[in-house]
Design a protein around this ligand. Sequence first.
Ligand code: PHE
Length: 448
Amino acid sequence: MNNTRDQWSSRLGFILAAAGSAIGLGAVWKLPYVTGTSGGGAFFLIFLFFTLVLGTSLLLAEFAVGRKTQKPPVEAYKELAPGTAWHWLGILGIISSCLILSFYAVVGGWIITYFVRSLSGSLTDPASGNHEDLFGSIISNPWEVGISHLAFIIVTIIVVQGGIQKGIERASSIMMPALFLIFLILVIRSLTLDGAMEGVTFFLQPDFSAVSGDTILFALGQAFFSLSLGVSIMVTYSSYLSKKDNLVRSASSIVGLSILIALLSGLAIFPGVFAFGLEPNEGPSLIFTVLPAVFSEMAFGAVFLSLFLLLLLFATLTSAFSLLEIVVSSVAGNSPGRRKAAAWIAGISIFILGIPSNLSFGLLSEWLLFDKIFFDQIDYLVSNILLPLGALLISIFVPLKMNRAELQDELLRGSSLGTSFFNTWFFIIRFVTPVAIIFAFLDVLGIW
Ligand code: PHE
C-alpha cells in the first residue's frame, strides 16, 4: 500500500512547501514588531540563536520521525513506540493545528478583504479617512470578514485536496518564488525612501538593556512557532520525502529561508513607517492601519500595498496548507477519494471552530475568557502552552524511543557530515532543548 503514497516530486518542491509552512504571520507580522520593541538587534540575535540551535535540532528530530516511518504522525508514533500512549503526541499535533488554523484563517480573511479593497485604490485614497477606524469597522462587520474567512478556508481546502504533489507542492512552487520576488521589490522601495535609515535602526540596532527574561522566552516560543515546530507538521511533510534525500541540507535551507524572510519583512516595513513619521503600532494594527497610511504617502502606493497584501496572503496560505494537511493525512491515509472528503469536512469544521474568533472583534467582543477575547485566548493557548508542550514531548520521544544507530543513519544519509555532528545534535535534543522549554513553561505558569 505504501508504494501508492504520494511523494514530493523534488527536494526543491519539499523545501518550498516546508518553508511555506514556516514562513507565515510569525515571520512577516509578529517578529518584526517584537524585534523593534524588545531590543532590536539584541532580540534578533537571541531569536537567531534559538532558531539555529534549538529550532534546527527539533526540525531534524521531526524529520527523522516522518521520514523513517513514512506515515502520518499518529501512525508514526505508534510504529516507533508500539503499545504506549505516545500516539497522543500525534493527536495533540492535530488538535493544535486545528486551533491554529481556526484563528489563522480569520486573519487570512482580513488579508483577503484588504487585498480586494486595495485593488480599487480606495485604501490609499487620502479621502478614505482614518485607517484605524476603517480597520475597526471592517473586522467587526461579521458578513464581510465572514465571507473572506470562508473564502480563505475554501482555497486551502481546494489546494490540499489535490494531494501533495499536485496540490501543495504545485501551489507552493508558484506562491513562494512570487513571495520572494515581491519582498525584494518592497525592500528596495522601502530602503530607498528618504529617512529609511531610522527604520532600520529601530529594527536592528542592538539594545541589550531592553532584553529581559520574558523577552528571551518569547524569542524561544517565536523560534518554534516560526518554524512550525511542536505540532508534528514537519513529521507529516517529511513523511512524503524520498529515502534518498539529505535531511540536514533540506533543514538548513528551510531555516535559512525563514530567517531571511524575517529580516526582509522588518526591512520592508519599518523604513516606510519612519520615513513618513508614523508610529510603529503593535500587532494587527501595524499591518492593517499603519501600512495603508505609509503607502498612501508613496507614489504608486496603491500598487505597493496590493503587492504587500498579496505577499502576506501567499505567506498565510502556504502555512494554512500544512495545518490542514496534518488532519487530512491522518484521517484519509493513502486514498485520494477519502482525501477529498476529509479536506472538505475538516476544513469546514475548522471554519466553524473559527467563527467565535472571528466574531470576537465585533459581536462577541465583550465575551472575555480570563480577560482576553476568544481570538487572543486561542492564540495564547496554542503559542504558549500546546506548541511548547508538543516540542518538549518530541524532544523527549526521539532520543528515548528511536534507535540511535537508525537515527544516525536517517539524519546523515547522503550527507558528508560525520558522527561528531550527529552526537552534538543528539546532545542538544536530549538535554538542551527540554531544559530550555521547561524553563519557558515555568515562566508562563509564573513559577520561575
Ligand atoms: N509557522 C507559521 C507562521 O510563522 C505558523 C505555524 C505554526 C504553522 C505551527 C504551522 C504550525 O506563521
